[in-house]
Design a binder for this molecule. Structure first.
Ligand code: URA
Length: 249
């Protein structure tokens, strides 16, 4: 059971506030009975009408964690017919969307869902959801460059927020460094631009964690459904502006 104004707004008919007004104006019925403000209903089993028109039945929510390979774009549809991340998932009746984006050339963890409320909550900048990447970059970073990545890098659209950055490995023969970087912003191509700005262009990029969820057990190109516990945990994060997916410390 949920409040009527929430059900109406989730059905895309109106904002919650407008839905409240509609209820007050007597324009909403539940199973044929005019509803009053504060009433609750079950969208799956009851018929809710606004101005005599039934709301579409709420569709079941689905949540997937995908290990995206390079060469797939993170949109639901591509005008130019390129491969999209949806090509990697089973055909589901629900319209699902990626939670944020990974570049075509980036691989790794991408969540997909048809739950717009959760998606918007997780993408809201105030939630500060942490994302971790492993980047293969050209050359060897100095301490000062590493510290700049952590403190904030001046990009054309502003200085990046404090990040975590550490060197995982240095390949002397190839002259490249494996870096782990965690950020909680979602600027376009942020990790690539941060590394480029400190003089170390990215050669390969993989997202290994999103909001504390990892790729563990999910091979490249494969996916799994999120568990109920994971969805509940993401819901907590999506409404809590401070914890930001730092459950792993
Ligand atoms: N940062 C990038 O540069 N690319 C991505 O795909 C994600 C984060």
């Amino acid at each position: 059971m949920e409040r009527l104004q929430k059900i109406i707004s989730q059905a895309g008919v109106a904002s919650r506030r407008t839905a409240e007004k509609m209820i007050e104006e007597g324009r909403v019925t539940v199973d044929g009975v005019v509803a009053t403000l504060g009433a609750q209903a079950d969208a799956a089993s009851q018929t809710i009408c606004v101005d005599g028109k039934p709301l579409k039945k709420a569709e079941a929510h689905v949540y997937f964690l995908l290990n995206k390979p390079k060469g797939y774009i993170s949109t639901a549809k591509d005008e130019r017919g390129r491969k999209t991340v949806l090509d990697l998932l089973p055909e589901v009746a629900e319209r699902i969307y990626p939670v944020g984006r990974l570049d075509n050339g980036t691989e790794g963890l991408l969540l997909l869902t048809n739950d717009g409320e959760l998606m918007n909550g997780l993408l809201h900048p105030a939630r500060e959801v942490w994302k971790t990447y492993v980047a293969q970059v050209e050359g060897r970073l100095t301490r000062a460059e590493l510290q700049t990545l952590r403190n904030g890098v001046a990009l054309e659209d502003g200085v990046t927020a404090p990040a975590k950055a550490r060197v995982l490995d240095w390949d002397d023969r190839q002259g490249r460094t494996k870096l782990e970087i965690s950020i909680h912003e979602g600027k376009n191509r942020q990790v690539r631009r941060m590394c480029e700005a400190v003089g170390h262009p990215v050669q390969a990029l993989k997202r290994t964690e999103f909001a504390g969820l990892s790729l563990s057990g999910v091979k490249r190109g494969e996916h799994r459904a999120l568990s109920e516990d994971e969805v509940a945990y993401l819901y907590e994060l999506a409404k809590d502006p401070v914890s930001g997916g730092r459950r792993k410390g």
